[in-house]
Write a protein that binds this ligand. Structure first.
Ligand code: NAP
Length: 309
């Protein structure tokens, strides 16, 4: 397309304000003109209470950015695609694998862009980690993703409800990096999910996976870590060891720091979204979501003490 892409954003909450608004302002080729949110208003923008009203009121809108919780993502994405809009999905792209596959089909038939964003894949050191791994054989992968849910997700009841993913909300970020940097298919073998007695979604999880080459992959996700937070992926190969830490923003090879840079994930994702629209392309990788779905499918559930957030 020619000219600046006019976008409308749905769900003006934490991630929209922290990341999307500043990233869109920094990106050439796209401009935010409207917001649809039930309880919030965007400054200097056309505001609506619902997506359907935004679609009816903004006839020249090109794209819709969906920043609500995953449980309501599908219906909104479907509406926007059927209205002929390009769609940017926050992660996770949906609450189920089947709804994301249905969205791909709708986007293909409509001839519009559908972008499933995985922000952690754009962390500063992920590209370098991927290149380094490409010429080495995997021996072992260990993921530790431990954070304090009370710090990162205050006042977010949806995250504890069915379809809210619980600790897999951050954990899927680790899986998005894993499936980006490891070029082999990854199979989930077993999982153990700790679910607080008063919640629907897990507070802790352990996953056992295996790469097609046979290399074991283990992951621990925990939401009860206070103090320093841990977002690490450690990989042993036939040609040395790699440690990605700080959520993918720091890379050590054989103990030596190679990359350490601040996170610029969202501006990179918006540059990608603009290019996808120019190319009339779809970019939806469901690999991280499929591993989470498999963990819920075969995971052993262990009840734990009630958790007050
Ligand atoms: P949030 O602030 O709790 O929710 C975003 C907005 O969605 C809310 O302000 C609300 O706006 C709307 N919303 C909430 N519950 C809804 C419901 N049941 N039905 C319809 N709309 C609802 O959440 P967030 O932290 O921004 O996360 C949103 C998405 O971004 C999630 O998928 C999350 O995984 C992803 N994400 C979050 C972060 C982060 O650091 N927080 C980082 C990366 C990605 P209105 O009430 O005004 O409609």
């Amino acid at each position: 397309m020619t000219g600046t892409i006019k976008a409308g954003l749905v769900g003006l909450g934490k991630i929209a304000r922290d990341q999307h608004l500043p990233a869109i302002r920094k990106t050439d080729g796209i401009e935010l003109v409207a917001v649809a949110s039930r309880n919030a208003q965007g400054e200097g923008l056309h505001n609506y209470g619902a997506l359907k009203d935004m679609l009816a009121g903004e006839l020249d809108l090109d794209a819709v950015i969906l920043c609500q919780p995953p449980q309501v993502r599908y219906e909104a994405a479907r509406q926007a695609l059927l209205a002929g809009k390009h769609v940017f999905l926050e992660k996770p792209p949906g609450a189920t694998v089947s709804e994301v596959e249905a969205l791909i089909d709708i986007a293909e038939r409509q001839g519009v862009t559908l972008y499933a964003s995985w922000h952690s894949r754009y962390a500063a050191a992920v590209g370098a980690a991927k290149s380094w791994l490409a010429t080495r054989a995997l021996k072992h992968v260990s993921i530790q993703w431990r954070e304090d849910v009370r710090h990162w997700h205050p006042g977010q009841p949806w995250i504890w409800e069915a379809g809210g993913f619980g600790v897999f909300d951050p954990g899927i970020n680790a899986l998005s990096i894993l499936t980006e940097i490891v070029s082999e298919p990854i199979a989930l073998l077993s999982a153990s999910l700790e679910v607080p007695a008063n919640k629907q979604a897990p507070i802790g999880a352990e996953l056992k996976m295996v790469a097609a080459s046979g290399a074991p992959i283990e992951a621990v996700f925990d939401w009860r870590q206070t103090g320093p937070q841990t977002w690490d992926i450690a990989i042993e190969t036939d040609g040395g060891s790699l440690l990605l830490s700080e959520g993918g923003n720091m890379l050590r090879l054989d103990g030596e720091v190679q990359v350490k840079a601040p996170d610029e994930e969202y501006p990179a994702m918006y540059r990608r979204f603009v290019r996808l629209i120019e190319d009339k392309a779809i970019d939806v990788d469901i690999a991280p979501l499929r591993l989470v779905a498999d963990a819920f499918l075969c995971g052993e559930h262990r009840a734990t003490a009630a958790f007050e957030d």
